[in-house]
Each structure stands twice: as structure tokens, then as C-alpha cells.
Design a protein around this ligand. Structure first.
Ligand code: DON
Length: 556
């Protein structure tokens, strides 16, 4: 493949399954099969998404969840679009500086244990989605997950998530170790993982809807767990949780329509800004992933993330400049400072400092139903296994989404993001997210043909991953599978560096970027976990899972 670095491990066009009618692309075979079964039973694409989401909470426990939150984007075949925000929220007794320790340093309590957990939104989100777009009975969509919780055969992805540091952290909580380390050891491939308490919790949700989680015995156990461990989630937090329908953001890009997530996701705003910033540069004429191409993307991301990090937060709490930031005029203004030859130091864009860490701990899936409805869902516990805390007696693993807030002024969070006042902790507020479920149409008409459904894990790198996949397809004419296999680059304003995947840089490109004034840093691990569906000109669907971590697309 032209432009492919010599030692890049993922072949062009790797992965992908074609089918004429419907497709479910997820991280896991069990979950994809559950989604297909819902579609075959006459369910809507949203029905399938609900069934998949509950199944992933069982078979992909490091990221799929009941105890976290997420974002869902839907576009019906008739052209109706909607996005559902079931992001977790800060408990009502949360305080702005709850993670600041003595001497103003950040503690690790935003990442581990009881205090890290925000009020989960996943169950309420699925219920809301079902109320609006469901066809099959709710119970039928939860039931497969109950069965899987009684026992499923462990596969590679689950085992690869149980790396030593995670195992050590899970051991800190006996209720977690009991579930994921049965008999005190890491289970082997082919063994059956049984989660009877999770099965009982799911059965309660199957029978009572969200009341099976936010009220009654499960809620009592969550609150008891919080009391034991110094966490904040109270009955009132659970009973008052609401998922919110929001208007999706729509971006015109190179003759296509990109429909994506508005705040409290930062994904849509950064995608819009990036596309406007890059508008004057015809990317298609550039040497793909040559120095100038990577330089221009980095310059755009640096500016878009500077705005994101300082100005975005929960739209229900802060007045957001969404319209301003996503306008072509703002892009044009911000873009004026971009030079083709020289990197602008991040300090000249906004004067702050930062550092970064990496990870892949969220789960995305994409579905196209037989009627042409499309759904993109990204859910998260934040980092792998979230807070690492399973609520005793429930099998429910809680998130550590609190770390997505501005945990302390001027200090980086887990993803190295240095964020501002707009994303400060407040009671009941949603923390800013980078999750970017996205749907692309083949032309600029709102009723244009479906072209791509996609999303990814990867923290802030989700957004740059989505941009690169889309730009490789829309600007460079690459097929979707190849675009997903391709090396990725990232810049998030601070730290002021272009990050790249190991072996992801072509010979000579790093030197050239450095000569332009960039810091260029090879990360230890590849990132992102895209599960996408493309539609070709004959209407054939192609499900593609990221070769970095694998997944299973199933169609019919
Ligand atoms: O919502 C967010 O932006 C993060 N909690 C997403 C975390 C994630 O993607 C983990 N994977 N690396």
C-alpha cells in the first residue's frame, strides 16, 4: 500500500464482512449475534443496540457496562436523526475540589474506588432509547444478557484486558476479584465465566425496567457500597438520573453530511472545527501521511483541542460556544495562523503545560437494520474496568468517569487533558466526553444515502481517530477497512506533541516534522478500537472491526 510504513503491522484493507441486508459490528461475537437475533426477530436497529449493549456489559466487562454511561446516535431510513446522552453524572454531593489533596496535588481517587464513580446512565439510556425507537418488548432485549451472565466462554479480548496492573487493582476489591478472578486466579481461554449476581441484577432490569437498577434492591446495594467505601452516590442520585435527547451536530464536509454528537461530547465540536480549519488546504492533493499532511492535521487539532479543553462542558450547566466553535467563520479565523511550514507552539495558542498517558477502555458498536436505520453507540466505564469496584451483591462494575472532569486546575487527567472551568465538577453535572458516535451520508442532503456508521474507544484520541478514518475515505478515496487499518496520529494541544502509533511513521517523516518545529513521540501501544459499517454504491453493507483489538461484524 502506498504510504504504508515498512513495519506497520496491519495490512491495508484487513478485516470486513459483507452482507446485503443488515449488519452489527461490535467488539464481541456473542454481542454481535445477540444484535442480529434482535434484528431477525423484527426488532429495530435501536432494539438491536439495546440487546448488544446489555450483552456487552456481560461479555466485554472491561468496557461494556451497566455501571457507566454512553452516547447513542440514530438516523432512521426516513432521515430522522436523534442523539441520546446517557452520560454519567456527578453525584449531587460532589464538590469541585474533591480530588485535590494536600498541597494542591491531584489524588488518584478520581480513578480508583468509590469516589471515582459517577451516577451511571446506561440502564436509563437504554430505556429511553427503547421508549422512542423500540419495537420488540424490553424484556426480550435484556434476556440474552441474563443468559450470558449465567455463563459465557471466555475469549481473547477479555483475557487481554486482564493485564497484571489491572489484576492487581481488581484484587483490591474482594467483590471485584470474586467476579473476574474466580478462585483467585486469572481465568483461562475456553473457561466459562459465571456472573450469577450480575444475572440477578439483569433479571431485575428485565422485569422492572430502570426501576430494577435505580430503585429497589440494586439501588440499595449501590448506596450501601458507597457508604462502606466513602463514595457519594445516594438514592436521590439514582432516582433522579435522566437521559437526555439532544440535537445532533451536522457538518458539511467535502460534499458529504457528517452527523455526530453534540456536547457534553466534545467529539462533534472538534470534528467540525477540524474540518473547517482544514478546509482551505486541499488534503486530497497532499501526500497521504507525508509530513505536510500530518503537520496540517496536528495544527488543526492543536487549535480545536485548545478550544475544547478550555471552553466545553455540560451544556445544562455552562453556556457553551458550540455555535461559534462549529461555525466555518471560527474555523477560518482560527486557521489563519496555520503555516504550511512551521509548527505553532501550543503555548502561543493557550499558555498551559501538560503530560499524557494512553489506553483503550471504551466500547463502540455500529448497527444498520434491514430497513436502513443506522445506530452508532459508544459507552464507557472510562478506563478499563472503570473504578475497578464491583458493587457487592450486584455484579455491577462502576465507572471512573469522574476523572473526565477538570479534576484540578492546570493538572492533566488520565488522558493528559488539561481542562478548564467549563468542565469543573458540580453536583449533578455531566463530565465532558470525547466519545464520538458518527454517521456519514453520501451527499449533502439530510435525506441523502447512508455511507458510514462508526465510532471508537480511545479517550481524546477517539476524535482524531474518527477524523482520520473519515478523511482517508472522503479526501483520499480509501476504502473503509484500509482507512481503519492505517496508522494514527494525535495532537490534543497539550502536551505539545504529535503522538504516533508504534511503527506508524514512514521513513523520513519524523525528521521532517521535527524540522518544522514539532515534538514527535512514538507511543508504546496502538490506539483506538473502531467498529464501523460502510455502505457501497449497490447498497451492500460492509462491517469492519479495527484490527488493533479485533471484533466481530455479523450481517445477513
Ligand atoms: O468519555 C470519554 O471521553 C472517556 N471516558 C472515554 C474513555 C475511553 O475512550 C477509554 N478508551 N481509551
Amino acid at each position: 500500500m502506498r504510504g504504508w510504513p515498512d513495519r506497520w503491522p496491519y495490512p491495508a484493507g484487513s478485516g470486513g464482512v459483507s452482507a446485503p441486508t443488515a449488519m452489527v459490528a461490535t467488539t464481541d461475537r456473542y454481542a454481535s449475534d445477540v444484535g442480529v437475533a434482535a434484528l431477525r426477530a423484527g426488532g429495530s436497529a435501536v432494539d438491536a443496540a439495546i440487546a448488544v449493549s446489555f450483552a456487552l456489559a456481560v461479555v466485554n466487562p472491561e468496557a461494556g457496562n451497566l455501571g457507566g454511561g454512553g452516547l447513542l446516535l440514530v438516523r432512521t431510513a426516513e432521515g430522522e436523526v436523534a442523539s441520546l446522552d446517557f452520560r454519567s453524572r456527578a453525584p449531587l454531593s460532589a464538590t469541585r475540589d474533591m480530588f485535590v489533596g494536600p498541597g494542591g496535588v491531584a489524588t488518584d481517587r478520581s480513578l480508583h474506588g468509590h469516589l471515582a464513580a459517577a451516577v451511571p446512565g446506561s440502564v436509563q439510556g437504554m430505556w429511553e432509547a427503547h421508549s422512542r425507537f423500540g419495537i420488540l418488548p424490553w424484556a426480550a432485549l435484556v434476556e440474552p444478557a441474563v443468559g450470558l451472565a449465567m455463563g459465557f466462554v471466555i475469549g481473547k479480548r477479555f483475557l487481554r484486558s486482564l493485564i497484571a496492573p489491572i489484576v492487581d487493582e481488581l484484587r483490591r476489591f474482594p467483590s471485584s476479584a470474586t467476579v473476574f478472578l474466580p478462585g483467585g486466579r486469572v481465568p483461562g481461554a475456553g473457561e466459562t465465566l459465571r456472573q450469577p449476581e450480575l444475572a440477578a441484577t439483569l433479571a431485575g432490569i428485565r422485569d422492572a425496567g430502570p426501576d430494577g437498577f435505580y430503585r429497589g434492591a440494586t439501588a440499595d446495594r449501590i448506596v450501601d457500597e458507597m457508604r462502606r467505601g466513602g463514595g457519594l452516590i445516594a438514592h436521590e442520585d439514582l432516582a433522579s438520573y435522566e437521559a437526555v435527547w439532544r440535537d445532533p451536530l451536522t457538518i458539511s464536509y467535502r460534499g458529504h453530511t457528517i452527523i455526530t454528537m453534540p456536547p457534553p461530547s466534545s467529539g462533534g465540536v472538534v470534528l467540525a472545527q477540524t474540518s473547517h480549519l482544514l478546509d482551505p488546504f486541499s488534503l486530497s492533493a497532499l501526500d497521504w501521511q507525508g509530513a505536510e499532511h500530518i503537520h496540517l492535521m496536528a495544527e488543526a487539532w492543536k487549535r480545536a483541542f485548545a478550544d475544547r479543553n478550555q471552553r466545553l462542558g455540560d451544556p445544562d450547566f455552562v453556556h457553551l460556544p458550540t455555535e461559534e466553535l462549529t461555525s466555518p467563520e471560527h474555523g477560518e479565523l482560527r486557521g489563519r495562523g496555520i503555516s504550511r511550514e512551521r509548527a505553532t507552539p501550543s503555548g502561543e495558542i493557550v499558555a498551559l503545560k501538560g503530560g499524557g498517558r494512553e489506553g483503550n477502555h471504551t466500547t463502540h458498536f455500529s448497527i444498520v437494520g434491514p430497513d436502513g436505520d443506522a445506530v452508532a453507540v459508544t459507552t464507557t466505564l472510562n478506563t478499563w474496568y472503570g473504578s475497578k469496584l464491583v458493587v457487592e451483591g450486584t455484579g455491577v462494575l462502576l465507572n471512573n468517569d469522574m476523572d473526565d472532569f477538570t479534576i484540578a486546575s492546570g493538572l492533566p487527567n488520565y488522558f493528559g487533558l488539561i481542562q478548564g472551568e467549563a468542565n469543573a465538577i458540580e453536583p449533578g453535572k455531566r463530565m465532558l466526553s470525547a466519545m464520538t458516535p458518527t454517521i456519514v451520508l453520501g451527499d449533502e442532503r439530510p435525506d441523502g444515502p447512508l455511507l458510514i456508521v462508526l465510532g471508537s474507544a480511545g479517550g481524546p484520541r477517539i476524535i482524531t481517530t474518527i477524523f482520520q478514518v473519515l478523511s482517508s475515505v472522503l479526501d483520499h478515496g480509501m476504502d473503509l477497512a484500509t482507512a481503519i487499518s492505517a496508522p494514527r496520529f494525535h495532537h490534543q494541544h497539550l502536551p505539545d506533541e504529535i503522538a504516533h502509533e508504534p511503527n506508524g511513521l514512514r521513513a523520513g517523516v519524523g525528521e521532517r516534522l521535527r524540522s518544522m518545529g514539532h515534538q514527535v513521540v512514538a507511543k508504546e501501544e496502538a490506539w483506538g478500537d473502531v467498529h464501523a459499517i460502510g455502505v457501497n454504491e449497490h447498497g451492500v453493507l460492509r462491517g469492519v472491526s479495527d484490527p488493533r483489538r479485533g471484533g466481530v461484524a455479523v450481517g445477513f
